[in-house]
Design a binder for this molecule. Structure first.
Ligand SMILES: *[C@@H]1O[C@H](CO)[C@@H](O)[C@H](O)[C@H]1NC(C)=O
Ligand SMILES: *[C@@H]1O[C@H](CO)[C@@H](O)[C@H](O)[C@H]1NC(C)=O
Ligand SMILES: *[C@@H]1O[C@H](CO)[C@@H](O)[C@H](O)[C@H]1NC(C)=O
Ligand SMILES: *[C@@H]1O[C@H](CO)[C@@H](O)[C@H](O)[C@H]1NC(C)=O
Ligand SMILES: *[C@@H]1O[C@H](CO)[C@@H](O)[C@H](O)[C@H]1NC(C)=O
Ligand SMILES: *[C@@H]1O[C@H](CO)[C@@H](O)[C@H](O)[C@H]1NC(C)=O
Length: 399
């Protein structure tokens, strides 16, 4: 399996250029050009064509396209995700996991709480909760509470470069807060893998967060392949919403939705490298439907709220039902769900959505059977989203 995966591109004589992915051996994927010429595209860009226009027609090619998408997000929106640092170690004691990391002369240390489930048998699956969880986590699943603000602060624009991530990598590092939190989550998993006594099954980890921390949960699931289940709650624009659709809602439908130009003034979730695009999002060679492609084929549930305009309900629905086409192409449609319902407070999961969350946890964290074919909204007419307005490409079947 592993062999056919990297020999195939040689046989197909795919151009050989650099790649930094650990999933793809270096040199087997097309590299993005250093200097990119941006072309305006008001549609959601085609996940199934490489940046240079070549079609994506196989799983092997998708693996390279996936790496390309990862690079695009890092270069032009999120900032660079550093690899595992020179030194990572830690310990577990009394429900607290300590993580130590060092790079060159700099070192940091942080701690996370790990709950002991009231039910079930060890080793337990666990959900890493960014800033705490606002989902009903079953009594046989542990919760690992991650104080993300300690790694990268998110008060306002003055938070740029503040937090332990920046103590390690320098205050001028390109990372916005979302990718810095992802780095922190990866270090938690490193230390879970190298310590004992915590009774967590590292193969059954989920991540969750709501609102701004939901944006973080989506990015963590996209960039950390050891996460089996990504639960994105009410993350809005910059998370499950697409920049292009959110701009359209504000500019042409007069719906007060968060947009790229607002978001970079509000906070430091994104890299400063994103600033040149915020008034020109149609120049971006990607949009957030492709985040789903970075999580795929792993479990992903997008939980959203039709009742809050600021979250961009049409944007989230359109963006994520489009993202789910990537799961379709990979033949794993039921591994991604989208559930959207209004008439409740922000981050207060209504009873009707609880079974959706439970189904995904049952299948992906408990490894038990559950029907995860869930694509529901209570918004009329697909919340106004018309796919043919944004999607001008076909979905291949990738083998
Ligand atoms: C743990 O990491 C720290 C740096 O974060 C380093 O100083 C220390 O030597 C490491 N300990 C072990 C046992 O490797
Ligand atoms: C443990 O599981 C049982 C059976 O599912 C349930 O009735 C009980 O409420 C659970 N205990 C806790 C503390 O959640
Ligand atoms: C960060 O960038 C600013 C502006 O370019 C520069 O003045 C400062 O010296 C840099 N700081 C570090 C630690 O590199
Ligand atoms: C947009 O909505 C605002 C607030 O509801 C209203 O005052 C304004 O007239 C609307 N503009 C257009 C062009 O519909
Ligand atoms: C980008 O947006 C700015 C501000 O809206 C505009 O003046 C400029 O022409 C746009 N650039 C491109 C290349 O579209
Ligand atoms: C799973 O749920 C979907 C949506 O409710 C339904 O259409 C489908 O028949 C169900 N599949 C099974 C195997 O029960």
């Amino acid at each position: 399996m592993v062999f056919s995966y990297f020999i195939a591109p040689l046989l197909l004589a795919v151009p050989i250029l650099g790649s930094t992915s650990s999933a793809n051996p270096p040199g087997l994927c097309r590299a993005l050009p250093e200097d990119i010429t941006f072309k305006s595209n008001p549609d959601l860009p085609n996940p199934f064509a490489f940046f240079d226009g070549h079609p994506v027609e196989s799983q092997t090619q998708w693996n390279c396209r996936r790496e390309e998408i990862s690079q695009l997000f890092q270069r032009f929106e999120l900032g660079t995700l550093p690899p595992r640092p020179e030194s990572v170690n830690g310990s577990f004691s009394n429900g607290v996991l300590t993580v130590n990391a060092a790079e060159g002369a700099n070192s940091i240390s942080f701690q996370v709480q790990i709950s002991k489930p009231a039910n079930g048998t060890a080793p337990f699956p666990a959900v890493i909760a960014i800033g705490g969880s606002s989902l009903p986590i079953p009594s046989d699943v542990s919760v690992i509470t991650f104080n993300n603000n300690d790694i990268a602060l998110q008060n306002d624009q003055s938070s740029r470069g503040v937090g332990k991530f920046f103590q390690l990598y320098g205050t001028n590092h390109s990372a916005g807060a979302l990718i810095a939190w992802t780095w922190g989550i990866s270090r938690i998993i490193d230390v879970l893998e190298m310590t004992e006594g915590h009774n967590i099954d590292v193969k059954r980890l989920g991540v969750t967060g709501c609102s701004r921390n939901g944006k973080g949960a989506y990015v963590a699931g996209a960039f950390e392949p050891r996460i089996a289940l990504t639960l994105v709650q009410e993350s809005g624009s910059g998370g499950a919403g697409c920049w292009r659709i959110s701009d359209h809602m504000l500019n042409f439908q007069n719906i007060t939705t968060q947009t790229a130009s607002e978001i970079v003034q509000e906070n430091v979730w994104f890299s400063e490298n994103f600033n040149p695009f915020v008034n020109n999002v149609t120049l971006l060679p990607f949009d957030h439907h492709m985040l789903a492609g970075l999580v795929a084929p792993r479990g992903l549930l997008v939980i959203d709220n039709t009742g809050i305009d600021w979250l961009g309900p049409e944007s989230v629905w359109g963006c994520q039902t489009t993202g789910r086409l990537i799961y379709d192409a990979l033949g794993v449609s039921s591994s991604m769900g989208v559930t959207q319902e209004g008439n409740h407070a922000h981050c207060a999961l209504p009873a009707d959505q609880a079974p959706d969350v439970d189904a995904f946890i049952t299948r992906f964290l408990k490894n038990q059977h559950a029907n995860t074919t869930i694509v529901n909204t209570d918004g009329a007419n697909n919340v106004g989203f018309v796919a043919s307005d944004y999607v001008n490409w076909k979905v291949p079947r990738l083998h």
